[in-house]
Design a protein around this ligand. Structure first.
Ligand SMILES: [Fe+2]
Ligand SMILES: [Fe+2]
Length: 192
């Protein structure tokens, strides 16, 4: 069976229906953006489909997984273990499906962002937030969807800013990488 089909079958079994539908949505949006930004379509679909493979892992299992697989975690991640579904998902994708390093990084960075994100990683991060099944009372998703097709960096910045504001409003911890990513985007695009 083709890899994408195999992964779909596996996720259908392992994820909740809601998360599975979201994963398919991210796969489809990643495909759409990959066409616009000249990224390999198959690669984008696999990364989008797999991005939340570890999202539904219970907290105890998350902590056990990082311990057993020598995954280094930060203090913020030890408090807010949900963030770790990026790092763990990348590790599972590598071990289970032997996906390449580019896909692993896209999965890893989709929770925190990272200043070294490549176009694929940006696509998966953005697609996760704007896929067609997603609804939000807090974010203007329609605007983000429009922007994503016009300027990927701009969409990334707007989504990152909105997410950061949301985290601050809700008294949640921020991760350093997201601040570094934001600064890098502003500096490279001269948006400061
Ligand atoms: Fe996620
Ligand atoms: Fe997601």
């Amino acid at each position: 069976m083709e890899l994408l089909e195999t992964i779909k079958e596996d996720l259908k079994q392992s994820l909740s229906e809601k998360r599975y539908i979201h994963s398919i949505g991210v796969m489809e949006m990643s495909e759409e953006l990959a066409k616009i930004y000249n990224v390999d379509i198959e690669t984008a679909k696999i990364a989008g489909l797999l991005h939340d493979i570890a999202k539904e892992m219970p907290k105890e299992e998350i902590l056990k997984y990082v311990e057993e697989n020598n995954i280094i975690i930060t203090e913020v991640e030890s408090i807010n273990t949900g963030i770790l579904h990026g790092k763990i998902g990348a590790d599972i994708a590598k071990k289970k499906y032997n996906v390449n390093e580019q896909i692993q990084k896209a999965i890893k960075y989709h929770t925190t962002t990272n200043p070294n994100m490549d176009t694929l990683a940006k696509i998966v991060y953005v697609a996760d937030k704007i896929e067609l099944n997603r609804k939000s009372d807090y974010f203007d998703i329609e605007l983000e969807r429009k922007l994503a097709k016009e300027n990927l960096d701009k969409a990334l910045l707007v989504i990152l800013d909105n997410t950061t504001k949301y985290l601050i409003d809700n008294n949640r911890l921020l991760v350093e990488e997201s601040i570094e990513t934001r600064n890098k985007l502003l500096i490279l695009n001269k948006w400061y």
